[in-house]
Ligand binder design. Structure first.
Ligand code: SF4
Ligand code: SF4
Length: 498
């Protein structure tokens, strides 16, 4: 067992109001420089929708992440050193400016300097790349709130596998529905961006798992941009270096939550440490799709287990970090309650950002059994009747499999009804408790879920481990280990594509 520590994250999608405050907080701090104009380390997408960059989930087009061909070991989907050299002048799977958008500003000076005329002067958009006037036709959030639009939502790759009837249901105007999907770099356990870099510029910090780009070593290969299936590495066209979310590590190191977490209006974001077994990543990455969620969970270790604590301390993990892992809210949602799921686990990067899936509105229909008041009523009918078809959510959060998703939704629903029975009183407590039992949840667990979801304090949402970097480096036996092998022994394992 090779115990490592990782700062992990959880976003509760049922609470996101799509206000984009998180994106702006990040933009103001980190990407308000020349060459970073088009970068959104944090962005909030409307689902169904095409996202940013457009159709980033279409791995037939972008070939990001890892794949496991039949009978072979897992390998990078498109990028290898040989291919990088072959594609040096043109990478066929690299997103282009058309997939992002041409960054622009406005001709504000014209408002002051325009000659006198019959019309009010305007500030026309100007390309920040060419300096010429442009007609804006795309932006970072172009399909915001257009969940039913045939132009955008119907191009969502997660619609794969839905029946025509389900698609019709999703896009009929009266039943139109969407939810918000905030995204940052997942600081993955098995990051394809790191594995793809010919210069070794990307690395995963040994002590906390944050994935970073060493600006001095970056040689502008841009393999990371192509290899990240979430398209969370960006190329700075001005400096000629790749950049990405740094999880506000300077803030974390001084005990503050990342800016997007701190500013989140819906309080949907949670952060806490998790311990994992780096020796098993390769084994789990080779599992079939349907076993990946369980496999990733099995990598995460119980921070209260004496054997784990022993192995962690032998590996130089400070006691205070282990204690913070024991308090981690992310561990509770992911492992204890199994409510939070990784996005697109089939990319096999093992994201360490997990999502509680949204409870979508239900389709109104007349219930033959009348009001929902009988113990034997269809307790969970509306999960199957959700306006967002389960298969859509399963494509996003379950590699196409519905099992783990349905488990999480049933438990969420049971907790809601239980709280309703306790506080509003229009649902019988007996039925609510039966729902809890059917959803594999005890009343004590329901109370804990309710409290951490709805009544949580700042300190409960963000359990930030102590991160004195100097101490962390000193505690690692090999100083290069903090950067080079980066907490997982995977890079020297399977081949990097062929
Ligand atoms: S999400 Fe982040 S860590 Fe994961 S592959 Fe992409 S850039 Fe790398
Ligand atoms: S600030 Fe929070 S609630 Fe608002 S869009 Fe971002 S994640 Fe959602």
């Amino acid at each position: 067992m090779n115990v490592r520590s990782q700062v992990a994250m959880m976003f509760h999608l049922d609470k996101c109001i799509g206000c984009h405050t998180c994106s702006i907080a990040c933009k103001n701090i980190w990407t308000d420089r020349k060459g970073t104009d088009y970068m959104w380390w944090n962005n909030v997408e409307t689902k169904p929708g095409t996202g940013f960059p457009t159709k980033w989930e279409d791995q037939e087009k972008f070939k990001g992440g890892w794949e496991k061909p039949d009978g072979q070991l897992v390998q990078l989907k498109s990028t290898s050193k040989l291919k990088v050299i072959g594609n040096i002048f043109h990478h066929p799977h690299m997103p282009s400016m058309d997939d992002y958008y041409e960054p622009w500003t406005y001709d504000y000076q014209n408002l002051f300097n325009a000659p006198e005329g019959a019309d009010q002067p305007t500030a026309r958009p100007i390309s920040m790349i060419t300096g010429e006037h442009i007609a804006v036709e795309a932006g970072p959030n172009w399909d915001d709130d257009l969940g039913g639009s045939p132009v955008y939502a119907q191009n969502d790759p997660n619609l794969d596998g839905l029946t025509e009837e389900q698609k019709l249901q999703l896009f009929s105007v009266e039943q139109l529905v969407f939810f918000y999907f905030p995204r940052i770099c997942n600081h993955c356990l098995n990051p394809s961006c790191v594995a793809s870099c010919p210069s070794g510029a990307l690395y995963k910090r040994g002590e906390d798992g944050i994935v970073l780009v060493d600006q001095k070593r970056c040689r502008a290969w841009r393999s990371c941009v192509a290899a990240c299936p979430y398209k969370k590495v960006y190329f700075n066209w001005f400096t000629g270096k790749s950049e990405k979310c740094i999880l506000c590590f300077p803030r974390l190191e001084t005990g503050q939550a990342p800016a997007c977490f701190h500013s989140c209006v819906g309080r949907i974001r949670y952060l806490g440490n998790m311990l994992y077994d780096a020796d098993r990543i390769e084994e789990v990455a080779n599992l079939p799709d349907e076993e990946l969620i369980e496999g990733q969970r099995s990598l995460i270790l119980d921070p209260n287990d004496p054997h784990v604590i022993d192995a962690a301390m032998k590996n130089g993990i400070p006691e205070a970090v282990i204690e913070s892992a024991q308090e981690s809210p992310v561990y509770k949602y992911v492992i204890d309650w199994k409510l939070a799921l990784p996005p697109h686990i089939e990319y096999r990067t093992f994201p360490m950002l997990f999502y509680v899936p949204p409870m979508a509105p239900v389709i109104a229909r007349r219930r033959e059994s009348g009001a929902l008041d009988a113990v034997n009523d269809e307790l969970f009918h509306d999960i199957e009747d959700s306006r967002v078809p389960l298969q859509f959510l399963a494509n996003l959060f379950g590699a196409g499999q519905q099992g783990h998703l349905v488990y999480a939704l049933r438990k969420q629903k049971a907790v809601r009804w239980y709280r309703r029975a306790l506080t509003v009183g229009d649902v019988s407590l007996e039925m609510a408790e039966q729902m809890l039992a059917e959803a594999d949840c005890t009343p004590e667990e329901a109370d804990a879920i309710y409290k951490l979801t709805s009544l949580c304090t700042f300190e409960e949402r963000f359990v930030i481990p102590p991160m004195q970097r100097e101490q962390a480096l000193a505690s690692l036996s090999d100083p290069h280990e903090a950067k080079a092998s980066a907490g997982f022994g995977f890079l020297s394992g399977p081949k990097r594509g062929s």
